[in-house]
Design a protein around this ligand. Sequence first.
Ligand SMILES: Cc1ncc(COP(=O)(O)O)c(C=O)c1O
Length: 451
Amino acid sequence: MSATDSPPATSIPKLSREQIEAYWLPYTGNRQFKDDPRIVVQADGCYYTDDKGRKVFDGLSGLWTCGAGHNRAEINEAVSKQLKQLDFAPSFQYGHPLAFELANKIVEVMPEGLDHVFFTNSGSESTDTATKIARGYWRQRGRPEKTRIIGRIKGYHGASWGAISFGGVGANRKLWGQGMESDHLPHTMLKENTFTRGMPGHGAYLADDLEELVALHDASNIAAVIVEPLAGSAGVIPPPEGYLPRLRKICDKHNILLIFDEVITAFGRMGAWTGSDAFGAVPDIIGTAKQLTNGIIPMGAVIVKGEIYGAFMDAGGPDYAIELPHGYTYSGHPVACAAALATLDILHKDKLIERVAEMAPVFEEALHSLRGSNRYILDIRNYGLAGALTIEHVPGEPALRPFQIAMKCWEKGFYVRYGGDTIQLGLPFIVSREEIDAVINVLGESIDELT
Ligand SMILES: Cc1ncc(COP(=O)(O)O)c(C=O)c1O
């Protein structure tokens, strides 16, 4: 499970204010950042090294991406070998062996029946692809009026037009005006579930709100429902027990496709290969990205049921005609495929899915030990190696305290995520018990230091 040794980043010159001005950082307070930049120059195992030479524990596995740890020799070697063999291949009208091999390997770990894979380069593209396939499917089945996509409040599906339309994080929507035709289920964060360990007991009934939306729009106009099995970016919200199976049932009743956005939950973080497996509900389409290549090369994959693929193949027209006029220049990029195959191999060989399941209770115990330790901690949630705290907010400034906490952690050598009124952790699958204790202690200390 060891990472390769990498040379120390001793000769990285410090960037001046002028040098950092041109880069417009995504989802970042650029003015604050440029006054006080946080720059990493190297990564190995569970740690970054910053430009001051400090080791910083990676409490979010990159951006929920690098569960197997940074700088994995097997992935690095696969990538470098692939670069020398086939650096690029057109994905439109031509193929290369690794894309077929990877599609088969992905299908092996997906829920039964999800057996065709469309490659993308990111989670946002997976959202767009999944929802386009859903709408196209109904058209191919002679139901072109089924176009509306139902998301969920607090859902995050990426930054594309489709993703922000179906997503339910207000802050990500308010600047842009009208998006795509959508509507939203209520979120599942209930007061009576605060401080629940794992899946909360209350809230399965919230799936019934889909019946209300069906009554409003009529199922004849709804193509699909898209939800994250566990809402990640809004602050690690595990589904209430029974909620996802109930949603599945209502979708079936009304002929609505169910899409799981598994960009965070697929490939191990839940202690299972998918959130679908972890939470006991099988969707029609799964969108993935992030952990697929252990974060080292952008890649996503959308996996669909055979019947959905079949609807496009059976639609008629000559064999040479394009069935799905959709795709990306870099879909199934050979170097990304090499990284993904090596990643899947590591997940199997090192039994990292089992390891997440084994470490999840240790993490749960440590994270929940913060309960009652500080009055600002309003809630703690966790599942697998994902966890979050809700922090009582300063009136009018929901994100201030989490930002302050994350900055204190950073100063102490720990990277954690702040988002809205939450602090989020997505620990590497290779994390040790000592590292879990260390990150939780530092988090607790940093919250205690708030004035
Ligand atoms: C559940 C989910 N879907 C989609 C995305 C978007 O992924 P990307 O940033 O790769 O477009 C994210 C990113 O955090 C995510 O968490």
